[in-house]
Design a binder for this molecule. Sequence first.
Ligand code: ADP
Length: 570
Amino acid sequence: MLCAGGGGGWRDTTTHLWAGKSLFEGPEGGSSCPQALSKLGWATFGGFGGGGGACTAGGGGGGYRGGDVSQTDDITADGQDGISFVHPSGEIFLQPLAAMESHGEAEIEVHLNCSHCQTQSCKRDEDSRLILCLCHNEEVLAPDNITCFLPTTAICFIIMGSNVDLLSHVKLLFVDLGSVLHVFAVYYRKKNHLHAVRVRLQSPEYKLSKIRSSTIMTDYNPNYCFAGKVASLSELKEVPRKNITLLRALGHGAFGEVYEGQVLGMNGENTAMQVAIKTLPEICSEQDEMDFLMEALIMSKFNHQNIVRCIGVSLQILPRFILLELMTGGDLKSFLRHNRPKISQASSLTMLELLHMARDIAFGCQYLEENHFIHRDIAARNCLLTCPGPERVAKIGDFGMARDIYRASYYRKGGRAMLPVKWMPPEAFLEGIFTCKTDTWSFGVLLWEIFSLGYMPYPCKTNQEVLEFVTSGGRMDPPKSCPGPVYRIMTQCWQHCPEHRPNFSTILERINYCTQDPDVINTPLPVEYGPAVEEEGSTVIRPEGSGSMTPLLVTHSMSQDASLQPWELH
Ligand code: ADP
């Protein structure tokens, strides 16, 4: 059915779905053309008493006598006007059709459903045609396009260059509280406020050509701002592929395999340097390419002994590589778990060693805090150790969450569903507020992970239960045998009010006191730890839209990190 519907009149009746209903029938607008809906994404329903739109022409207007459909089959042709039954004097005109056939006017307003927005108000962006939530006063829209936050400083606005269709949009790198954050693709003004819009989707052909092309990384040249300095692709140290040798697989990351390898010719020397090599599979999405690049940019700008260094990149040849400082001790969570006491064998670790690992990460966090970089995912799984032995140094090794927020990919990757809730303070999971004090809270949870030797925080609680527990003031108990002064640092990090949480300089002072307190460092580690490994990581995940279905129980042995599994916010 391609034709439009006529407008509803005063008392006519119709069986056509497309025609507007008369006032007597309840002046409902006619249905839209299904083809137009599927082709154009327009639901061309009629308004009050109006006929529905056709696939190629407009429906008639409602009135005392409904207007006819358009006479020509042309997408720009309007339906005929409905005829009013109100006399120009304002009186109801009882014989309207006898004399009164002038054109009326209907005003059609699009009503947007903004109920998902924090402020319940939104607007359609003219450029992108996306529905954007609006924020109050000086607030700025977060990349989730739902929540608003108050940036204290807008440190740098950078115009980023790119090619093809993206050139038509000015892109902004907007740096929030922590000098990091949101890549905004297009901008528009409303009462002088900037609102974020995500990058306009690119055509599949464009994406494919990008994936095939090995020069994508140079086409896209995002600038990244850290510590007031701009980093761009040109600053990444490209290492010739012939100088790189892969030796063995170390693990599997979000992108692809991570290998141990060797690089020749670094610093002009002919000696081989041991490195970890993050690889990006050749077949991957353009988004993954950009995320991979952003990870290299982010890591290359840090310069601190407690943050894993980016040695260089090899992006010109597929598969692309990021070369990182080799951390042979692996990730902190696995290390702690491997070093738990076993039957008839106490843990090889001491309280002092645990405190040193905590101190190392606090140093890394202090550096980030001083540079207004919010990590957003401080957790044992994201920390790496230089080596397994006692001379080990712990470093922050993963910036995936900050990168995703920067690139606005976090929403694409599952948004709220993938948040590390057990490491997040209430204002972050409830209101989307992230500050350096978000990292303080997470550090408290990391401290708990360290002193429980790698336990899943809030054992046996689901993310939803943790959310409810924490918002109603609940906090974790100390891990078994955890010295009081160490537990006090945790609880200070978990103050409800962010301002009451210590910054990292204070945390470092308190850790240092602990390292000098004989009562603390002489506390023996327990000879056995709580529930069995299978039980501790249990969490409940419900597939989206499962309603009241029986929850699916998964354990850590089944999922790599259940803390990041999809979960429901009720
Ligand atoms: P993800 O992207 O999932 O956060 P990564 O790609 O950072 O994970 O790392 C995956 C695994 O590779 C880690 O668990 C770790 O075992 C290993 N790995 C990552 N970076 C290094 C490194 N610099 N040195 C040694 N091993 C590393």
